[in-house]
Design a protein around this ligand. Structure first.
Ligand code: DC
Length: 205
């Protein structure tokens, strides 16, 4: 029996932290679907065709090297507009979502396209300024040359591309619950997500 939690939202809204926390709390498996697009994006940086890269993607590639760099984020957002790239990644995500024991997937189109039948859908947001500050601190900890303003511009550029593309644009599903983390601590945001899932969780989970 499966139970799927779909967590969508823009970059650095807190999806990753909330998804990991929820998965640990309930003992569910977690898939950060952004990593799929990042792995494809990274391949294109050395000239590989994005569709060929998506079709040949292996689970091991998601574990190799640091995919969470600013360059790879932009490359991911660019390959994510290509319908054939998205199509090549659908089956893997759907199989993950329907594995037994419960699954949490976070991304942009999980509640709308990948798992429209997910039992719980959460759309995590925060203001662009708050998200850029979080991303700046994250990148600074790894040693970045980018300024706060550059990180904010990057976040806005990626938001616009992700929300305005014609295939599977980032948007809340009609039945998603919105969770704005602008003024929430990580603990409070996680507690709200856990409470929401708790209400929908069947006894078997
Ligand atoms: O969540 P992230 O920042 O790691 O995602 C990187 C890019 O991948 C994001 O800008 C858009 C794309 N993406 C997507 O189009 N659909 C998803 N389900 C997840 C990510």
């Amino acid at each position: 029996m499966s139970f799927t939690v779909a967590i969508d939202g823009p970059a650095a809204a807190g999806k990753g932290t909330i998804s990991k926390g929820v998965a640990a709390h309930f003992g569910f498996a977690h898939l950060d679907t952004g990593l799929l697009y990042r792995a494809v994006g990274r391949r294109t940086l050395d000239g590989t065709d994005p569709i060929a890269a998506a079709e040949a993607l292996s689970a091991e590639e998601l574990e190799q090297g640091d995919l969470r760099t600013a360059d790879i984020a932009q490359a991911a957002s660019k390959v994510a507009v290509i319908p054939e790239v998205r199509a090549a990644l659908v089956d893997f995500q759907r199989a993950f979502a329907r594995r037994s024991g419960g699954a949490v997937l976070d991304g942009r189109d999980i509640g709308t396209v990948i798992c429209p039948e997910a039992e719980v859908k959460i759309f995590v947001t925060a203001s662009a300024e708050v998200r850029a500050e979080r991303r700046y601190l994250e990148l600074s900890a790894k040693g970045t040359d980018l300024t706060r303003d550059q990180v904010l511009a990057d976040v806005r550029e990626r938001d616009a591309r992700d929300a305005e593309r014609s295939t599977a644009p980032m948007k809340p599903a009609d039945d998603a619950v919105l969770l704005d983390t602008s003024d929430l601590s990580i603990q409070d945001a996680l507690a709200q997500a856990v409470a929401l899932i708790e209400r929908k969780r069947p006894a078997a989970f």
